[in-house]
Write a protein that binds this ligand. Structure first.
Ligand code: TXA
Ligand code: MG
Length: 313
């Protein structure tokens, strides 16, 4: 049971947080998507402690955070398409899965032994200043126990991870509220996870559609959906009416205990989604019904997270 230090966001405090990382510690920090649980990506002992703290299966690889495209080029190879996407969307909510360089110093625990690395430049003042103070790559999954709802507020991290990690930086609320969109480049640009950067924006930059696979391909049976982002209650999607005993998570002009956006704004709904699930947990909601949410733009990522929340466990 660790004492979890709380850091504020001034220069001295971020330098101290960077020192904890350099010493092999685990420090949670805000990004524009969700709070990440950071460790030195080149320190295998630290990465092993991270997997333990999250209770994460060690075959599920991590995303590395880095300060710039130039710094990323020390660890991965960019082809022209990858470079164009990085230039268009970094810093931002886009993770690229790229071939690991043979001379890369990234811990093999980060990539789970794959020949590729998932990497992104975050777009958040605190994350970027922490990366600058640390001066190297920070591996960071979302700062929640594996399988639970991701944190988008300092209080979520404090409540979920206190005693399990060395520190957390209080940087307020995450603006986007959904994890990054993940694209693999080989053999063709492929969507691995819908997320905080709408697929339509990436396809417009590429001039063609992304291939679909893995996490995003239509499951042939509900059992293929890994339960994830799971609130404590059961989840029923596309609810046009509420049954007795259900709590409605609304979207659009409906009467609901919590409404993601009564005006039907997908950006607002994305920003508040995980906090709404944390609130439903705190309320002890046993049966959650969710209004239909349009499946375009950020709605696609919202529906992905809700389908996982609804998957059998
Ligand atoms: O927005 C985000 O992406 C947040 C913040 C903290 O940056 N991070 C995040 O990490 O969501 P995590 O660990 O919850 O999700 C990482 C995802 C997993 O689905 C993992 O399978 C995938 O990235 N991934 C990591 N490395 C990969 C690789 N080499 N090939 C394919 N998928 C990979
Ligand atoms: Mg996660």
């Amino acid at each position: 049971n660790l004492t979890t230090r709380i850091f504020v966001t001034d220069r001295t405090e971020l330098d101290k947080a960077a020192c904890v990382l350099a010493g092999g510690g685990l420090v949670a920090f805000p990004t524009e998507t969700v709070y990440g649980l950071g460790v030195d990506a080149c320190n295998s002992d630290a990465v092993a402690r991270l997997y333990l703290a999250k209770g994460r299966p060690s075959f599920n690889p991590l995303i590395v955070h880095i300060g710039s495209i130039e710094a990323a080029q020390q660890f991965v190879d960019f082809d022209d398409t990858a470079l164009a996407l990085a230039q268009a969307f970094w810093p931002g909510a886009l993770t690229l899965v790229l071939p690991l360089r043979h001379d890369s110093t990234i811990s093999p625990l980060v990539t789970a032994g794959l020949g590729t690395l998932a990497i992104r430049v975050p777009d958040h003042g605190v994350a970027n200043r922490l990366l600058a103070a640390f001066g190297g790559p920070i591996a960071a999954p979302s700062a929640n126990p594996s399988g639970q709802v991701s944190p988008t507020k300092f209080a979520h991290v404090r409540d979920l991870m206190s005693g399990r990690i060395d520190g957390v930086i209080d940087g307020g609320d995450c603006g986007v509220g959904l994890e990054s969109t993940i694209i693999a480049m080989k053999p063709v640009p492929t969507l691995l996870r819908a997320g905080g950067l709408p697929v339509e924006a990436i396809e417009a930059a590429l001039g063609y559609n992304l291939a679909l696979t893995g996490e995003t391909s239509a499951p042939s049976s509900p059992g293929q959906l890994a339960s994830h982002y799971a609130p404590k209650g059961t989840v029923r999607l596309n609810a046009r009416s509420v049954e007795t005993g259900e709590t409605l998570l609304g979207f659009g002009p409906v009467e609901a205990v919590i409404n993601l956006s009564s005006s039907g704004d997908l950006v607002q709904a994305a920003a508040g989604l995980f906090d709404a699930l944390h609130q439903l947990n705190a309320m002890g909601a046993a049966r959650i019904a969710v209004s239909p949410i349009p499946d375009h733009g950020l709605g696609r990522a919202i529906n992905d997270r809700l389908r996982r929340a609804a998957a059998p466990r």
